[in-house]
Design a protein around this ligand. Sequence first.
Ligand code: ZN
Length: 244
Amino acid sequence: MRYAIVSDIHANLEAFTAVLEDIEKWGGVEKVFCLGDIVDYGPNPHECIELLRLRDHIAVSGNHDLAAIGKIDTIDFYPDAVVANLWTSRQLTPTDIGYLRGLPPVIELDNFTLVHASPRNPAWEYVTSPEVAGENLPYFKSPSCLVGHTHKPVIFRYQENGGCSLDQFTEDIELVLGQDRLMLNPGGVGQPRDGDPRASYAIYDSESMAVRLCRVAYDIATTQAKMLKCGLPTGLISRLSHGR
Ligand code: ZN
């Protein structure tokens, strides 16, 4: 079976649509794994939830999903994020709120554990270094863990000596899952932050056990024009051009 691994859609309908179209170019998938932050920052929270719900999928909650429905406080958000979150919370329908409220923080499968941020702290912790990834190893049982939250594609590989290494996750790597335990981040769909503004996601084929990172260009200008019209903060609008 083939799966798409998407994270941090962030209400960016153009990016999410481009990803779904790109998935079809690669031969399609049976199921979507979504690692949270479906909403917030971008101009189409309701539409992105609806589009995801049209697909056979499983999803965990992200910190921005939880903040948008008042389940966590925005006290630790930076000012632009507070403004965007307030705007987002006003766009959600009762059905959207019910859907987001029902998302679990962690999903454990045979091969993968799905969380938004980290298995130790599913809503908040940024796994940006091998040290932090290493500290999280005791918190998941499956061979691999899928995380989002940083919006940067990366592969953490746990070594037998207790160490952990970091590899950039790029399109030219075909990662075949084997003996090693891994923590994988597919990057962000709707607000990439690794310096490449193209939407980022991954496809997993359970037969070949291979995970491949995919990048796809989307109509950034249209998303930015919508954000401007909605009165979303300019810093959030301009960063889409740079992927930072
Ligand atoms: Zn995010």
